[in-house]
Design a protein around this ligand. Structure first.
Ligand SMILES: NC(=O)c1ccc[n+]([C@@H]2O[C@H](COP(=O)([O-])OP(=O)(O)OC[C@H]3O[C@@H](n4cnc5c(N)ncnc54)[C@H](OP(=O)(O)O)[C@@H]3O)[C@@H](O)[C@H]2O)c1
Length: 358
């Protein structure tokens, strides 16, 4: 019924909706036969979204008990969940319930499906992954479950990798300290806005918040020598646009600011910028990104970069491009599931959306 390179995206929210659109748009270049998407609830106010995803070539999947509800809305369901899970080579869970979905559905389909991928807050779902950070740990035939880390964890990790480790490895980083200033909610969301800055608790004993913990686990996949000294704090701002991270890295090998600027300029995981506001960077993404998304891991305002007199204390700020980095890693992981040897070459079709400068 469906081709052998069929991908199922579960969830049509902030991450799922653009991911389905992206996979449909680049279906031929990515070597995908069919893009299926599962929606849990038939909702009149989501009908336009579903119709547009169908128009773009995706095919709707629903649980058996919801099919009639979708049909009452005039939406044709192409497959029930059980059949779609049986047909998909790769399943990308974009719900906040990936671990529950694993127990309820995915574990029963391990023989049919090569790879299950979940998203940022599903710690423990599978091996943590961020494109360009730990690709070398992926082993074809071994990975069944991957967790694409959150957007801020992508940002922390690329700061650690490029500014903290450089080409010297984990022993170069003495410590990494981060303050994640998060947007209140996504522009697509009606709830969860905060009227003024709201500070977060340090709930994770060793790491402060989950951001540093998740970055630690991501690097740890690379080997026991990666026991990084990381700590993060988080607060929410009354903005809907972009997260901002303040970082301080202490390194062993002295470095100059010019060397770091050169490293940033040479790396396509980073976009440098001479803008200083979230709205101007967000606006660049809206005009030049894919459906508004900048796909780099981090956008770094060069003028905030400071190196102390000893050359070992590095301080600055960076912007997290909403969910663009998680989308890129989700696509890379999906294509890895289909073409483990050549996936990185294949995802270069998205290169126009990772920028050198914003
Ligand atoms: N938001 C971001 O910027 C962002 C960035 C990076 C990573 N992430 C991660 O992406 C994941 C999803 O977050 P999101 O913000 O995209 O969520 P969201 O906007 O709230 O969307 C949730 C979607 O999942 C579906 N869903 C929820 N529970 C389900 C269940 N038990 N079974 C089937 N479908 C279910 C909902 O379906 P119905 O509406 O049809 O019921 C909805 O389509 C999280 O792990 C999050 O950490 C989010």
């Amino acid at each position: 019924m469906f081709g052998s390179k069929t991908v199922l995206v579960v969830g049509t929210g902030t991450i799922g909706e653009p991911l389905i659109g992206l996979l449909c748009h680049f279906k031929a270049q990515l070597g995908i036969d069919e893009v299926l998407f599962h929606k849990r609830t038939p909702l009149l106010n989501d009908r336009a979204k579903v119709l547009n995803l169908l128009r773009r070539g995706a095919r709707l999947v629903a649980d058996a008990e919801s099919v009639a509800g979708f049909e009452q809305l005039g939406l044709r369901v192409d497959a029930e969940t059980e059949a779609a899970l049986g047909a998909a080579r790769v399943v990308v869970d974009c719900t906040p319930s990936g671990r529950e979905m694993k127990e309820r559905w995915y574990e029963r389909h391990e023989d049919d499906t090569d790879l299950f991928i979940a998203q940022g807050n599903q710690f423990g779902f599978g091996r943590p992954y961020a494109r360009g950070i730990n690709d070398e740990v992926l082993v074809a035939g071994r990975e069944k479950y991957l967790q694409v880390v959150s957007c801020n964890t992508h940002n922390l990790s690329v700061l650690i990798k490029i500014l903290g480790l450089g080409d010297r490895g984990p022993e170069n980083l003495v410590e990494g300290r981060f303050v994640c200033m998060r947007r209140a909610n996504d522009i697509s969301e009606d709830g969860k806005f905060v009227p003024s800055p709201q500070v977060g608790a340090h709930k994770v004993e060793r790491f402060g918040t989950h951001h540093a913990r998740d970055a630690w686990h991501l690097f740890r996949t690379k080997g026991e020598q990666y026991d990084l000294n990381l700590f993060s704090s988080a607060l929410r701002l009354n903005s809907q646009l972009m997260h901002v991270i303040h970082y301080h890295l202490k390194v062993r090998e002295p470095v100059t600011r010019d060397e770091l600027v050169a490293r940033l300029a040479a790396d396509d995981r980073i976009a440098v910028t001479y803008k200083t506001t979230a709205n101007s960077i967000f606006s660049f993404g809206r005009d030049h990104g894919f459906c508004g998304r900048i796909l780099n891991h981090s956008v770094i305002p060069v003028e905030t970069l400071h190196v102390d007199a000893a050359g070992t204390g590095i301080t600055g700020c960076s912007f997290t491009p909403q969910d663009g980095n998680s989308l890129l890693s989700s696509v890379a992981a999906t294509v890895w599931g289909l073409y483990p040897e050549t996936y990185d070459k294949i995802v270069q079709c998205l290169r126009p959306y990772f920028f050198r400068e914003v």
